[in-house]
Write a protein that binds this ligand. Structure first.
Ligand code: RB5
Length: 174
């Protein structure tokens, strides 16, 4: 595992896998911040997604890992934070692509539908794959530009005015 700091959290549905993943990552020597929860009582996933997303957004941690039932609610919440690119991943191949193409800095995992061993393979892939740069850089920069627009103007309209996507028509078969 590379020398990076990782913030991790879950909800009750991801708690057991989070516990095992924290122990595994500690054995691997990863600098890991376990932001909870610390038992399997029912909690609301946005509260824990926010703790990890905040650390990544503020550059307190290099990467984030979030585990809930599906990973979906964690991704939705984390992606509200500036500079966070959270990907909900269920296979090692998608973890690789989320790094190579999207420079994902947070990964969200399913504790109910993906087994622990697969999630470990996903994490290995997520931590060992570099951003591909090249043609992907401008695309990721556009995600950042949308965020910046929203932050500076309270709306995304200037991004829409500036971007010139080819819109296509239903009749083009797009
Ligand atoms: C909890 O039941 C479940 O809704 C949560 O873990 C997660 O899957 C939400 O996206």
């Amino acid at each position: 595992m590379p020398d990076i700091s990782v913030a991790i959290a879950s909800d009750h549905a991801g708690y057991e896998q989070k516990r095992q993943i924290v122990a595994w990552m500690l054995l691997l020597g990863v600098d890991i911040h376990d932001l909870g929860p610390y038992d399997d009582s029912s909690v609301d996933y946005p509260d824990y997604a926010a703790l990890v997303a905040y650390e990544v957004s503020e550059k307190i941690a290099d990467r984030g890992v979030l585990i809930c039932g599906t990973g979906i609610g964690m991704a939705m919440t984390a992606n509200k934070f500036s500079g966070v690119r959270a990907a909900n991943v269920t296979t090692p191949e998608f973890a690789k692509l989320a790094r190579e193409h999207n420079d994902a800095n947070v990964i969200t995992l399913s504790g109910r539908f993906v087994d622990l061993e697969t999630n470990k393979q996903i994490l290995k892939s997520f931590f060992s794959t570099p951003f591909g740069k090249g043609r992907h850089t401008g695309r990721v920069d556009k995600i950042t530009a949308i965020e910046q627009d929203l932050r500076e103007t309270g709306s995304t309209s200037s991004f829409i005015r500036k971007s010139k996507p080819s819109k296509g028509k239903v009749s083009d078969g797009i």
